[in-house]
Ligand binder design. Structure first.
Ligand code: GAL
Length: 976
């Protein structure tokens, strides 16, 4: 008979709240200890800077909490907040304080990761543009660099210190310094740097545990490897993991090489911690990573089954702090993306870029709720291997075989309660039925689908009863009102057996669905098939309260919402989302979303008799399940209609290319030295744009020279990120366009993109004495990341040199990039196109004199053309419509690119002949869903083909009745 466990542990601590009281955040080798209680951190990564609409932060965070996450991890990107040294801006869409407040109000712990270096596929890995033009080596103990770092950390920490869970003012429980710092690990350059960061953050009053995310489980920056001011107990070790989804999940802990010591933690005294574990992956320009199929493919290769297989393997290996990178990827809008990626940072995450839930949320939901309601999971040791065999096949047990081909079995035990957990993982693509021998007398059959995994528990508490074992995966238990409720999950139609310890024979009622039951041997056995509605009520049998058992399939489980309120737990079944639940008197007030018509059933704390859904009273009746069930279904979301985009006006620009353009106000390019890592050509002036204070987007050069000798070609050497281009004119006539090659999977990571563009010219001594004017436009793309700590973000951007064949005239250069940073939209919103410098992208710009235009366009021209129109939306305020802008062209070879400005906000870049992105998410708040909007497209065309745009349309990416109230983001119509 399977051995019974000891007394149950209490329920896991509820969600955190900023309650004004002091708290402690500690840890031991098993888990975090928050106020002395074990908490498994089940966190998702979100980047506030990739969602420039603060109202929507609440939407994403509420969705995360509802789906079982108890924490959110965020990077703070230095470049997003700092247009210039000494200037730090945390207002508007950059309001970190607001984000932290919303996270606390939502009941999520926060892991704060402010760098100073973050990588994250953002420009320069998060370093500000201006830092690329400063002395000293970044990511080392170089004093100049450290002086800037201190400025940044002072600014962030001032805000962070107001939101520490320890002080009861917020929910920050952990704080990361630096990011995957794998170089200078043993040198003073690195160790002094890390020691400096540690001391600085502590001096700024951050008193929660600090940590670093090792790039792989190398033991780098484990406690004791560098100077933490004598504080050994407040530094955690963590390592990042992005394993290949097509290989079996690695054992990075209890079951790996090295066992517990140097195992999950590479640091035996701290708990297993993965600050980043791949929840998807990014896609480079051209879609090289996913064969041009984009993020749908990222989501397919790391699907829901991947999550179960990999994350359950992590849990089995002792990981107790788990952060999924990304959980909501969002948008690298403006000039935020590192050159390697395009605008969408959807990442194939569980919540897509348009904030829509995907099937990947289901395993997160099941595991997240499990970890929060089963405290036994927070303290696990590896237990003896168990015997498994193919159910219905050869008797592996009899043969003494401990494993079967392609199935991996992990066995863990809670040393205090003796609850046991088994993870069965199927590394084959066939569906398997595994017979798991719990002891010499007891075995259960567990169906494990191909490339999937299941968790089986024995001996855990289920409210006031105890589970002997179940072949179904437990999802949660809670106490609602006078009864306990436990939920188990499985595939529809799969038979399951569940045994509950019962001192005497209980009363059993099958309330819905089919189930068989029997009482033998001190246990009630219930056989049921998970589905939409299998429920069994167990009363008596030695326990003081009834227990309702629900057996749910994936779909049904994702419609079960647990919400813990100060008055007790609430369980809601039916709607597409439960955002909040509040008990006031005899009423439970629920807020959430429906997409289709939905049931509403509520298990509420004692004394609750009335239900309000989204501020409307719902008529309910009491059920035999102890719930209140709405008499009528909740209505789904109404239809949303979007207008066609018409009334376009068009205006060509690039006056800078004309011979007689007045550039007298431009900066003279006369510097002779640079901190760039790209060498300055001997004798020539520095032409890198960063050295002249121009850091983002396009940059113009004009060079004047006298004729005098014969030249037959002119060559421009230039440096950009991937997808950079250069176009040139001589005396107002186009010389041509040169583009960096489209990278493939191998070349995309090669770093700096530099090339020489050579164009034929005809400058003749006799006729063309001059003066002549070269005009050059460089689309620089962005600065490289600095992942190897070798200052690669300081690679030059823009022109590096210009030479003539057959002549060497003296050229005097002037340069013009972006205007002063937009104080509202931030430093990364604009580059240096004429239209951008003159506000053509802004809603208030008077385009009334521009001629009308229709799409599709077909015109061959080297340079920049703008299109503007307005449109009005009338979305019902109680509907959350997620809307995108889709650009398509019948001819995918046409060489042009489009920057999309919505109400002045740069929502991204479309490259027609590179892709793969066609739809650009327009976040509500930037998008006015109940009023006028202005759309401006800046089209840069190579002149080698005719140019579009082809079709430009609004697309509905999702709709729900409910949503969060959205405040419009400030979108000034003019430049100040
Ligand atoms: C990690 C890094 C993150 C991000 C990720 C890939 O190595 O820490 O910032 O770049 O890779 O998306």
């Amino acid at each position: 008979m399977y051995a019974a466990a000891t007394a149950p542990t209490g329920p896991a601590p509820g969600p955190p709240a900023p309650d004004g009281r002091p708290h402690t955040v500690g840890f031991d080798q098993y888990s975090l200890l928050i106020d002395g209680k074990r908490v498994v951190l089940w966190s998702g990564e979100v980047h506030p800077f990739r969602l420039p609409s603060p109202s929507l932060w609440r939407d994403v965070l509420q969705k995360m909490r509802a789906h079982g996450y108890n924490a959110v991890s965020i990077y703070v990107s230095w470049n997003y907040h700092s247009p210039a040294p000494g200037s730090y801006d945390f207002t508007g869409v950059r309001d970190l304080d607001l984000f932290l407040r919303i996270a606390a109000e939502t009941g999520l712990y926060v892991i704060l990761r402010p760098g100073p270096y973050i990588n994250a596929e953002v420009d320069a890995g998060g370093f500000p543009g201006w830092l690329t033009a400063t002395e000293g080596t970044a990511r080392t103990s170089d004093p100049t660099y450290l002086s800037y770092v201190d400025e940044w950390l002072t600014a962030v920490d001032r805000i962070a210190a107001r939101h520490l869970f320890t002080r009861g003012d917020g929910t920050i429980v952990l704080y990361q310094v630096e990011n995957e710092y794998a170089d200078h690990v043993t040198s003073p350059l690195g160790r002094d740097y890390m020691a400096h960061l540690y001391a600085k953050v502590r001096a700024d009053g951050i008193d929660v545990p600090l940590f670093h995310n090792d790039k792989g489980r190398n033991g780098h920056w484990a406690p004791g490897t560098f100077d933490t001011g004598g504080e050994t107990g407040r530094w955690l070790y963590g390592f990042d993991g992005y394993p290949s989804p097509s290989a079996p999940p690695p054992d990075w802990g209890y079951f790996g090489v090295g066992g517990v010591k140097g195992g999950s933690t590479a640091s035996p005294r701290t708990p297993g911690f993965v600050p980043e574990f791949g929840g998807g992956w990014f896609d480079p320009w051209g879609g090289a990573e996913f064969d041009g199929k984009g993020y749908a493919e990222s989501r397919r290769t790391r699907d829901a089954a991947y999550e179960r297989r990999f994350y359950l393997t992590n849990l089995a290996n002792g990981i107790k702090l788990h952060n999924v990178y990304m959980t909501f990827g969002g948008t690298s809008w403006g000039w935020l993306p590192a050159p390697i990626v395009y605008t969408s940072y959807d990442y194939g995450a569980a919540l897509d870029e348009a904030r829509q839930p995907t099937a990947k949320l289901v395993p997160m939901h099941q595991l997240g709720h499990l970890l929060q309601s089963v405290p036994e999971l927070a303290k696990l040791d590896r237990a003896d291997d168990v015997t498994i065999d193919e159910a219905g096949g050869e008797g592996g047990a009899d043969l003494g075989i401990k494993g079967i081909e392609g199935i991996k079995a992990y066995h863990l035990v809670n040393p205090d309660t003796k609850a046991h957990f088994h993870v069965l993982r199927n590394d084959t693509s066939d569906d398997r039925r595994v017979s798991l021998h719990l002891d010499s007398e007891t075995s259960v059959t567990v169906p494990v689908p191909g490339l999937d995994a299941r968790l089986i528990a024995t001996g855990i508490a289920l409210g006031r009863r105890r589970l002997r074992y179940s072949s179904a995966q437990p999802m949660l238990w809670l106490t609602a009102g006078r009864q306990d409720i436990a939920v188990f999950t499985g595939r529809p139609g799969d038979p399951t057996e569940t045994l509950l310890e019962c001192a005497s024979k209980p009363k059993v009622t099958v309330l819905e669905g089919t189930a068989r039951y029997a009482y033998t041997d001190g246990a009630l056995r219930v056989d049921a098939e998970p589905g939409a509605a299998a429920r069994v009520l167990v009363e008596g049998g030695g326990a003081t309260a009834p227990l309702l058992l629900l057996f749910a399939d994936d779909e049904a489980s994702a419609r079960l919402w647990r919400y813990d309120t100060p008055s007790g737990s609430v369980l809601v079944r039916g709607p597409a989302l439960l955002r909040t639940a509040t008990v006031r008197g005899t009423t439970v007030h629920l807020a959430g979303d429906t997409v289709k018509d939905a049931d509403l059933e509520v298990w509420a704390p004692r004394g609750v008799s009335d239900v309000v859904w989204n501020r409307r009273t719902v008529r309910t009746r009491a059920t035999a399940s102890g719930s209140l069930r709405a008499v009528r279904r909740l209505p789904g979301a109404p239809k949303v209609t979007l207008p066609a985009l018409t009334g376009w006006r068009r205006q060509a620009e690039n006056p800078e290319s004309a011979a007689d353009f007045d550039d007298s106000a431009w900066r003279t390019a006369d510097r002779t030295s640079s901190y760039s890592t790209t060498p300055v050509p001997t004798g020539g002036p520095v032409l890198f744009s960063d050295d002249y204070g121009f850091h983002y987007g396009d940059v113009w050069y004009r060079g004047r020279f006298e004729g005098g000798s014969v030249a037959d070609t002119v060559s421009f050497s230039y440096v950009t990120g991937t997808q950079g281009l250069l176009m040139a004119w001589l005396d107002g006539k186009p010389l041509g366009t040169h583009r960096m090659p489209v990278p493939d999977k191998k070349t995309v990571r090669k770093g700096t993109w530099s090339a020489t563009a050579t164009f034929p010219v005809e400058v003749r001594e006799t006729t063309d004495a001059g003066p002549h004017v070269l005009a050059v436009l460089v689309r620089r793309m962005q600065h490289d990341e600095d992942g190897k700590a070798n200052d690669s973000h300081k690679a030059g951007r823009g022109l590096s040199s210009v030479t003539f064949n057959g002549a060497s005239p003296e050229v005097s250069w002037r340069i013009q990039g972006e205007a002063a940073p937009d104080p509202v939209r931030g430093p990364l919103n604009n580059g240096g196109l004429y239209g951008e410098r003159n506000g053509w992208h802004l809603p208030g710009f008077a385009d009334g004199r521009w001629p009308a235009a229709d799409f599709p366009r077909s015109e061959r021209r080297q340079g920049v053309t703008w299109y503007r129109t307005g449109f009005r939306l009338t979305v019902d305020p109680e509907v959350d419509a997620s809307i995108g802008l889709t650009l398509t062209d019948d001819d995918p070879a046409r060489a042009y690119r489009v920057q999309i400005f919505l109400n002045g906000w740069n929502m991204g870049q479309y490259i027609n002949d590179v892709g793969p992105q066609h739809t650009f998410v327009l976040p509500n708040g930037v998008l006015n869903t109940r009023g006028p909007n202005t759309l401006a497209l800046a089209v840069l065309s190579d002149g080698t083909t005719s140019s579009g745009p082809g079709k430009v349309e609004l697309t509905l990416l999702g709709r729900a009745a409910g949503g969060v109230p959205v405040t419009l983001v400030d979108s000034p119509g003019r430049r100040n």
